[in-house]
Design a protein around this ligand. Sequence first.
Ligand SMILES: [Zn+2]
Length: 119
Amino acid sequence: MFNRNNQAKIDRKQERLDSGFMASHFPDVSSIVISMLYKEKGIANPISRVVNFSPASHAFFKVDCLSKDCIDGGFDMTRLITSMINNRSETSSGELGCDDSGPRPDHANITYEVAIQYS
Ligand SMILES: [Zn+2]
């Protein structure tokens, strides 16, 4: 089976590979930690997730949506993290909705905290 969702996942994998490494894009950054609480409509218990980035990580800040039928959605933190690094800002928090442009808007959101350490 090769559905749209699989294609979106493959595209995303390629995008991640193309993104390059943290060390070359952001040489001053020693670590980034994204802590989030993922909430999906219709699911009672939020899921807690932590994503860590080191200088050897790909500089790819899109977090996958966990919703099974989400098509090409996710939480794009690229702009937030890039501007934090530009301002040498260490922490930030907020909320983001899933980017999915499919038939179910607002099916998932995250409450996040980003912590960046500079070398
Ligand atoms: Zn989604």
